[in-house]
Design a protein around this ligand. Structure first.
Ligand SMILES: Cc1ncc(C[n+]2csc(CCOP(=O)(O)OP(=O)(O)O)c2C)c(N)n1
Ligand SMILES: [Mg+2]
Length: 629
């Protein structure tokens, strides 16, 4: 989907842009950037991301073809070509992505490997000795070799073999030389990052038989290029547009969907399956209400699709409404390329990068894993924010509530990490209706990626006749309940599972005659985008006795609680055991909140020295067997 800046008919990169390579605001930045320079299809700075994105793009091509092509109307049959470097193929993410591409039999995918044996430190032989081609054969790829990058005939033959391959993705190993022709710099690692230098450039041009001029484009070259491109692209484009006009007449519903996808819009009645949750003190885990809310939204948006890294049964992100299939190679008999449920396998990193490729292709992908494993997918999370593409990242088992799975599975610092990514909106809803409002909000996003943080344990579905409506979620934070008439003695804040605890403390406080308010902040980033007036109405400056409660590190709570407030959160890793035991052990009890409330109202906030003592105590308790001996 073309989505670059400015006029689509304007030249994407002009000679002046090339001259401003790497300069501020240049269309030729250090690494090409999606939505910055028209024609750049993805942001590929971190090695491995681009090739993994290409698997998502190839998936999208297959999905569009299977979903929208009709007999006599081959609207979609496009292939994806990717130029891969040594570094791309050394990165683990490319192995995960290639493994899945081979498994899915994406015969529309062609990686062209610039096999120049050079990376930044030196020769590739210093760091890698495996037979990459054989590895790709094991991944079920068709592997071809072109022994000389300048052999255009051999390259053309390889491309033809790719076009005829109907079972597997293709890897073309192209042997090449970095800085080819440079008399002293060819095949050296210094040619990767540093300019060759004036003399070396002149000497190289002499070897090429090229005039020694800078930024020279002879008019004949320009004419040839324009004539070729117009001739090659113009006719097929016209034919395609004619076919599309007939398709539109014959299949108006499908054409309407395609128009929506292209414009980044939703179908008019996309939310017709959306239904609020009734109040329920017992409630349900937000991963469960999330499953229902995701299904309600996805049922109305046919191009919302995704899956999990083998945790679909726990994260509950499987689409379950009638007509949904698994995305599989049809030959397996387990699904089709029309499928909307994906099995990414235990390949979190590639799952993220593949979703980015799908989003760039106009689809609305979601994917899920346990929140603690979001670490495995940090690069694509970050890139979705840089590229401003609306991926939906679903992370369940969001805190110490995972109980018996213990500290390795209890995300503590992850909320802080996710919230620290500019442009990424992280949501941690407190009940079923906030979860539903969150999915409604996210479904409408066009350029913002969103993180969905969901609980494993049940949370009460709040009675919204008593508490403020969940639709306030779109403001990021709101007063759930108050008895303070605008002048609170204390403000309590919480997100997700800790909202229940906050409300218990709130009830006790008002019984004691305290003027209090309880604030739910499901999305800090959205909250911070509200007007000053709104922020001040939720968190009035007059009240500095403030408490935040979240079973995670303190991260940015300081900006809401101020110097006089206290955060009830995690300083150490969690522990293994039943959830109620752990919550008590780690201080998530109403008694603890009440004690903190008294401290902040008495202006006797706990000092940092107390935190140091908590850490010392934690270490004492973790004294190892070896040390005891
Ligand atoms: C994930 C990641 N790690 C490290 C880098 C820094 N880096 C940039 S290029 C490169 C390797 C260059 O070798 P190659 O990929 O073979 O490209 P060539 O120099 O042959 O064009 C490295 C390590 C990066 N961009 N991304
Ligand atoms: Mg190289």
């Amino acid at each position: 989907m073309p989505d670059g800046r400015g006029d689509p008919n304007e030249e994407s990169i002009r000679l002046e842009d090339l001259k401003a390579f790497r300069q501020h605001e240049s269309r030729c930045p250090g690494h090409p950037e999606y939505r910055w320079t028209a024609g750049v299809e993805t942001t590929t700075g971190p090695l491995g991301q681009g090739v993994a994105n290409s698997v998502g793009m190839a998936i999208a091509s297959k999905w569009y073809a299977a979903t929208y092509n009709r007999e006599g109307f081959e609207l979609f049959d496009y292939d994806i070509y990717t130029i891969a470097s040594d570094g791309d193929l050394q990165e683990g993410v490319s192995s995960e992505a290639a493994s899945l591409a081979g498994h899915l039999r994406l015969d529309n995918l062609c990686w062209i490997w610039d096999n120049n044996n050079i990376t930044i430190e030196g020769n590739t032989a210093w760091a890698i000795s495996e037979d990459v081609a054989t590895r790709f054969i094991a991944y079920n790829w068709n592997v071809l070799r072109v022994g000389d990058a300048n052999d255009v005939d051999a390259l053309t033959r390889a491309m033809k073999v790719f076009k005829n391959e109907k079972q597997r993705p293709t890897l073309i190993v192209v042997d090449s030389h970095i800085a080819w022709g440079a008399p002293t710099k060819q095949d050296t690692f210094s040619a990767h990052g540093a300019p060759l230098g004036g003399d070396e450039v002149s000497a190289t041009k002499a070897i090429y038989g090229w005039p020694d001029e800078k930024f020279l484009v002879p008019p004949t070259v320009l004419e040839h290029f324009r004539a070729q491109l117009a001739k090659r692209g113009g006719e097929p484009r016209k034919a395609w547009e004619e076919m599309y006009a007939k398709y539109e007449a014959k299949y108006p519903e499908e054409a309407k969907q395609l128009a929506h996808i292209k414009a980044g819009e939703l179908p008019e009645d996309w939310d017709k399956h959306v239904k609020e949750f009734p109040a329920d003190p017992k409630g349900l885990a937000t991963r469960l209400s999330g499953a229902q809310a995701l299904n309600m939204c996805a049922q109305g948006v046919p191009w919302m699709l995704g899956g999990s890294a083998d945790l679909g049964n726990s994260c509950l992100t499987t689409l379950k409404f009638p007509g949904v299939e698994d995305f599989m190679a049809p030959i397996t008999g387990w699904g089709t390329y029309k499928g909307r449920n994906f099995h990414f396998g235990i390949r979190e990193h590639a799952m993220g990068s593949i979703c980015n490729g799908m989003a760039i292709s106009g689809l609305r992908p979601f994917c899920s894993t346990f929140m603690v494993f979001s670490d495995y997918m940090k690069p694509p999370l970050r890139l979705s924010a840089i590229m401003e593409i609306p991926c939906i990242w679903v992370f369940t088992h969001d805190s110490i509530g995972v109980g018996e799975d213990g500290p390795t599975h209890q995300p503590i610092e992850h909320l802080a990490a996710l919230r620290s990514i500019p442009g990424l909106h992280t949501f941690r809803p407190c009940d079923a209706n906030e979860t539903l409002e969150m999915y409604k909000h996210i479904t409408k996003l066009r350029h913002e990626p969103a993180v969905v943080v969901l609980s494993r344990q049940p949370l009460p579905t709040l009675d919204r006749t008593k508490y403020a409506p969940a639709s306030n979620l779109t403001k990021g934070g709101y007063v759930l309940i108050s008895n303070d008439g605008g002048k609170p003695d204390i403000i309590l804040m919480a997100t997700g599972s800790e909202v229940t605890l906050m409300l218990q403390a709130y009830e006790l406080l008002i019984k004691q005659g305290v003027k209090a308010r309880a604030v739910s902040i499901p999305c800090k980033e959205l909250f911070r985008q509200q007007s000053e007036e709104y922020m001040a109405s939720v968190l009035p400056d007059s009240c500095r006795a403030r408490i935040s409660i979240e079973a995670a590190t303190r991260d940015t709570w300081g900006m809401f609680i101020g110097l006089d407030g206290e955060h009830i959160g995690m300083i150490t890793f969690g522990a293994s055991g039943p959830i109620n035991v752990i919550q008590k052990d780690l201080g998530f009890t109403v008694e603890h909140v009440m004690a903190a409330a008294k401290r902040v109202m008495d202006k006797k906030v706990r000092s940092l020295a107390n935190e140091a003592e908590v850490i010392r105590e934690w270490k004492r308790r973790k004294t190892t067997f070896a040390e005891i001996k």
